[in-house]
Ligand binder design. Structure first.
Ligand code: ADP
Ligand code: TRP
Length: 322
């Protein structure tokens, strides 16, 4: 069991693409802040979940290394945090199956994320459908108190609670019900076309891109020729200022000073983004694949030590340990 004086927290991200600045500000940065509190933090690379959308082995491998590198570059200290990969611990698969035998198809059919992803064109595989039960296992295996997630993942934590309550009803008070903590919204970070920045819309600015990549993305920001202020350039610039605690009146002054000069304003945004990203990009470049494998191996070992105990309780309760 976790130490009651120290809340245990678990969250994670899927290695399903190159992180953009929307992911950085909404998900990565809050997780880094959390990892610096005195909570007992578990951070998971949800690679089995990513299998619902990534169908190329080489790409999956790249995304896994990338995500761990991103976490480390953004400031995660693997000495303080249990940073591990879902597929390194098969306990997740086993508990997910147990949960799937307890919740109904009707209940899973109500999941917003499933409906949204299918509506966006993702194939309605059995994996995508059962996704919430794997996520429930991810959480419940670690006797987790709190699960910090974005609003889009709130229902999945509710599903984890439901799985626990079905289990405990059948077998006794064995598992702990987790609670979601909805991260203070940074709002929707707009993309280069003014819509929500998303890898599915190809309107992203990479969170750890080279100066050239940042510049290319910024130059592609859609501007209409009327008006003094390039609205979409300003919107992204504003997010950067807000999230890095800079004075917004200085930004207003900059846009007033360069009224109608869209190129100069795009150059200013490129320079500001690059200055923000450069230290992380440099840190990222120094992290080798071997470092990553070592960190993940040690994280997996710590994770298994905890999850094995929970699974032991489950196996005893369901009657498969003879
Ligand atoms: P994408 O839409 O690019 O596929 P994901 O769905 O993988 O991004 O999101 C991972 C995390 O980043 C989630 O917590 C999500 O809420 C957050 N996120 C993604 N895009 C944005 C955005 N444009 N603004 C704010 N948060 C975002
Ligand atoms: N479903 C989450 C997402 O797409 C990732 C995830 C998988 C997760 N397992 C988790 C988040 C457990 C928190 C806890 O963002």
């Amino acid at each position: 069991m976790s130490n009651p004086a120290k809340p245990r927290i678990l969250t994670g991200l899927q290695p399903s693409g190159t992180l953009h600045i929307g992911n950085y500000f909404a998900a990565l940065a809050p997780q880094v802040a959390l990892s610096r509190t005195d909570a007992d933090v578990f951070l998971m690379v949800a690679d089995y979940h990513a299998l619902t959308s990534v169908r190329e082995g080489a790409l999956m491998r790249t995304y896994i290394f990338d995500l761990v590198r991103d976490y480390l570059a953004a400031g995660i200290d693997p000495e303080r945090v249990t940073l591990f990969r879902q597929s390194d611990n098969q306990d997740h698969m086993e508990l997910a199956w147990v949960f799937q035998c307890l919740v109904s198809v009707k209940f899973l059919e109500l999941a917003h994320a499933y409906k949204d992803k299918v509506a966006k064109g993702l194939e309605a595989t059995a994996g995508l459908f059962n996704y919430p039960m794997l996520m429930a296992a991810d959480i419940v295996l670690y006797d987790v108190d709190l699960v910090p997630v974005g609003e889009d993942q709130r229902q999945h934590v509710e599903y984890a609670r439901e799985a626990v309550s079905k289990f405990n009803l059948a077998y006794g008070q064995i598992l702990k019900e987790p609670k979601e903590v909805i991260e203070k919204s940074v709002g929707v970070v707009p993309g280069t076309d003014g819509k929500k920045m998303s890898k599915s819309y190809k309107n992203t600015i990479p969170a750890f891109g080279t100066r050239e990549e940042i510049e290319k993305a910024v130059l592609s920001i859609v501007t209409d020729s009327s008006g003094d202020r390039p609205e979409h350039v300003f919107a992204i610039h504003k997010v950067l200022y807000e999230q890095t605690g800079r004075d917004l009146s200085a930004l207003d002054a900059l846009y007033d000073e360069h009224k109608g000069k869209y190129k100069a304003l795009k150059d200013a945004l490129t320079a500001d983004l690059d200055a923000f990203i450069t230290p992380m990009r440099e840190k990222r470049a120094g992290i080798t694949d071997t470092d990553i494998k070592t960190i993940l191996a040690s994280g997996a070992e710590k994770a298994r030590t905890v999850s094995n105990q929970t699974l032991e309780r489950v196996r005893n309760a369901i009657g498969i340990s003879l």
